[in-house]
Design a protein around this ligand. Structure first.
Ligand code: ADP
Ligand code: ZN
Ligand code: ZN
Length: 735
């Protein structure tokens, strides 16, 4: 054997950069001239050339260049003096990239607010204070009575934080401050933000079960623990969160609270703010990029203490973490359905473990995954069995509507019950999980129905029957005057959505307000709050979709009528029963939250369906137990682990070819892996694209991931893969 070539000196290290590209690798760059690549750069952002583009990436490693690398490119600039990602967050995100089998660069980009993704510096998080100038101190006593004088008097005691001035209740202090500044009497200064000591407001005294739950969380103290808070609606879970957070704050730590997209209402925030007595940051899709970036920075610097946020808040840096809470942990909105398909609840548990802090999962209807973990002893199972305070559990009645005449899908018995509830001065909620006027437009003469031209789905009738809209791709058109097939004039809106139910109820109950709440009426985040505030506690009828299923205390709501659940009883998706049971329990939980007893009516054509029987007799717990037995027998999650490979293209053949080739590679990688497909997606055509999927399943999580690790490089390289858009979804929720 010839001797190994002598290396005169080992090559200088380069930056291995994770770029936000759908390519499963790092890219080598040498630092700009005058800069040495060092291990301490890992986690910092860099601006680099890529082809004809400029990209912002993150240094993932510092090492020798790959020997087979083509000519080494030079980075334009190192953007962070201190690495933006480090410690726990960087390690957890590396884990997420491995678990989702996604490129690290895309995962890191997903974790950042847009301005940081674009390469902007970490946002300024100074606090602003106002103080009197020297001239202000001298002139103060001579000022006339009025707002500027009152502000000057207040500032005479020393500089004052803008947040405190906001909270002091004078909404117009800013104009007074400007008036003083104009005369040179006051000035605004930036000071470093320091976390404020909490000034909490008292809440109700906890009952024994609530106290036991709080004690279990605080006992976990400085270590990781997963706790499932399984408490019926209105049992006081939020009170438990508030006490656990107060304890976390008292220990000088940060708390992260994740809530579902529709749970983050101003009402919720106000409750957290009032009770905790520290600034509570909110993070949701309604914020500007700048606001998101400032919150990120405030957490990274350890200035912010508490955040209540939706899914993406799980990516906040938590250098002083003390507690993570996931409210309504079963909620589907915690799973991201495109891009990096992560589950915020599952990632929060990974972070909690890495951070060494307790993770509290709360729900009245826990996911079967979490219940299984509790059964297996991996999570502590905390229960709140009774409603807090004076509230009683609602009575539930099933209305058999077989052979009954229906008006907009409502039976005479249901309409009578609504009438009675209104006569007793109550509020009624009619729940229907379908927005629009009617789900289908049908020609009574020839059977033609209005289909979306780009999706395999009927178009929904809107605007009182005048417009058609596709809920999958957003396409809109006017309802035709005549049938496009036979020219007949007998076009009929079939079935009922919330709009038609609203119309029917408004025509029948003319002396009470009827308010509809769905995505059509409630586009803006605070609109729901405003609608409900105007509605108040007077007698009247609310018609709504699942937007109304949670979050809001409606103290005078005495009756909930649930219609149109039947299709959920017979869905092909193995998760459909779980979703339906959760929805029914959550909607029913709206009734009778305060002193007045509540009643729930379930209208169905299948009154003896076993799901309804189990749910009514034994509650969600009994349902979940029997459902878990069935999942185990069928080999479905949580007893199996799944991943879905999806492909879409203009031609169905291209999807099929890609998935068949991928299937071969996966089969080679693991003979024991269960592979189902390729099959058309549940909606085979959407927005003009043909869609197909290949389902991977294994009882052994590691076997599934091992097969993916082995096969994915070859799948990326498939010539067939270039002709489609494809994606991998680990732990898919919509099959
Ligand atoms: P959940 O989050 O489980 O739906 P909440 O924490 O919102 O329940 O509590 C429901 C209602 O009961 C709220 O109005 C709350 O103020 C009240 N409440 C909670 N705990 C108690 C308690 N221990 N005593 C009296 N009222 C309580
Ligand atoms: Zn026709
Ligand atoms: Zn469409």
């Amino acid at each position: 054997m010839p001797p190994a070539p002598v290396q005169p000196n080992s090559p200088t290290p380069v930056w291995k950069v994770a770029l936000p590209l759908p390519l499963p690798r790092l890219f080598d760059y040498q630092p700009p001239s005058g800069v040495m690549a060092a291990a301490s750069d890992v986690g910092a952002r860099v601006r680099v050339p890529f082809g004809t583009r400029e990209l912002v990436g993150v240094i993932a490693a510092c090492a020798e260049p790959d020997s087979d690398s083509p000519e080494l490119k030079t980075a334009f600039a190192l953007l962070d003096p201190e690495p933006l990602f480090h410690g726990e967050l960087l390690e957890s995100l590396r884990w997420l990239a491995r678990y989702t089998h996604a490129p690290l660069g895309e995962v890191l980009a997903t974790a950042l607010p847009a301005p940081l993704r674009r390469g902007e510096p970490l946002a300024d998080t100074h606090a602003w204070v106002w103080q009197l100038t020297e001239a202000g101190h001298t002139a103060r006593e001579r000022l006339r009575d009025g707002r500027p004088r009152r502000l000057a008097d207040r500032l005479a005691g020393g500089p004052c934080d803008e947040d405190l001035l906001d909270e002091a209740g004078d909404d117009d202090w800013r104009s007074a401050a400007r008036a003083l500044a104009k005369r040179g009497l006051a000035e605004r200064l930036a000071v470093p933000a320091v976390p404020r000591a909490p000034i909490p407001q008292p809440g109700p005294a906890l009952n024994a079960e609530q106290q036991a739950a709080v004690d279990a969380v605080t006992a976990a103290g400085d270590g990781f623990a997963a706790l499932l808070l399984d408490g019926v609606t209105g049992s006081g879970k939020t009170e438990v969160y508030l006490h656990a957070i107060a304890d976390c704050l008292a220990r000088g730590r940060q708390a992260l609270v994740l809530v579902p997209e529709i749970g983050l209402t101003p009402q919720t925030l106000a409750r957290f703010r009032a009770r905790l007595g520290v600034p509570v940051h909110a993070l949701h899709s309604g914020l500007s990029d700048g606001e998101r970036a400032r919150t990120w920075a405030a957490f990274a610097r350890g200035e912010a203490r508490v955040v209540v946020g939706t899914r993406s808040a799980v990516f906040l840096p938590l250098p002083e973490a003390g507690l993570i809470i996931i409210d309504e942990e079963h909620d589907g909105s915690f799973k991201q359905l495109d891009g990096i398909r992560y589950h915020a609840r599952d990632f929060a548990l990974v972070r909690g473990k890495a951070l060494g802090v307790p993770v509290l999962l709360g729900s009245a209807t826990p996911s079967l995954e979490s219940l299984r973990n509790a059964q297996a002893g991996r999570y502590a199972h905390l229960r709140l069995r009774a409603r807090a305070g004076a509230a009683q559990p609602p009575r539930v009645r099933v209305l058999d509507v077989r052979k009954r005449p229906l008006e907009a899908g409502l039976s005479p018995e249901l309409l009578d019950a609504i009438e009675q509830a209104l006569q007793a001065d109550g509020q009624v909620l009619v729940f229907k999980n379908r927005r629009g006027y009617a789900p289908v437009l049908l020609c009574h003469d020839c059977g033609w129905s209005a289909q979306c031209q780009r999706c395999d789905a009927p178009m929904t009738v809107h605007a009182g029957g005048r417009r058609l809209q596709c809920h999958h791709c957003g396409a809109r058109r006017m309802v035709p005057n005549a049938c496009p097939d036979c020219g007949g004039l007998a076009l009929q809106a079939q079935g009922a959505g919330t709009e038609r139910i609203e119309e029917t109820l408004a025509a029948r109950f003319t002396d009470v307000p009827v308010l509809r709440i769905d995505r059509g009426t409630t586009q803006r985040r605070d609109a729901l709050e405003q609608h409900l505030a105007r509605f108040g506690t007077q007698r009247g009828i609310l018609v709504g979709t699942q937007m109304l299923a949670k979050g809001h205390d409606l103290p005078n709501l005495t009756m909930v009528a649930v219609v149109g659940i039947d299709e959920g009883l017979f869905s092909a998706d193995f998760r459909a029963p779980e979703k339906l049971a959760q929805l029914l329990i959550q909607v029913a939980g709206r009734a009778g939250r305060a002193e007045r007893a509540g009643e729930v009516l379930l209208q169905t054509h299948h009154p003896s369906h076993p799901l309804l029987g189990t749910l009514l007799a034994g509650g969600y717990g009994a349902f979940a137990e029997s459902e878990l037995v069935q999942r185990e027998e069928a080999g479905f999650p949580p007893f199996a682990h799944m991943a879905m490979l999806r492909a879409e293209a203009k031609q169905a053949d291209a999807c099929d070819a890609m998935l068949r080739a991928a299937r071969e590679l996966l089969r080679e990688a693991s003979p024991s892996l269960e592979l189902h497909g390729p099959l058309p997606a549940p909606m085979p055509r959407r927005a003009g694209f043909q869609r197909a999927q290949l389902l991977l399943s294994s009882p052994d999580r590691r076997a599934l991931h091992g097969a993916l690790d082995a096969a994915l490089p070859a799948i990326y390289a498939l010539p067939e893969a270039r002709k489609v858009r494809w994606s991998l979804d680990v732990d898919p929720v919509d099959l």
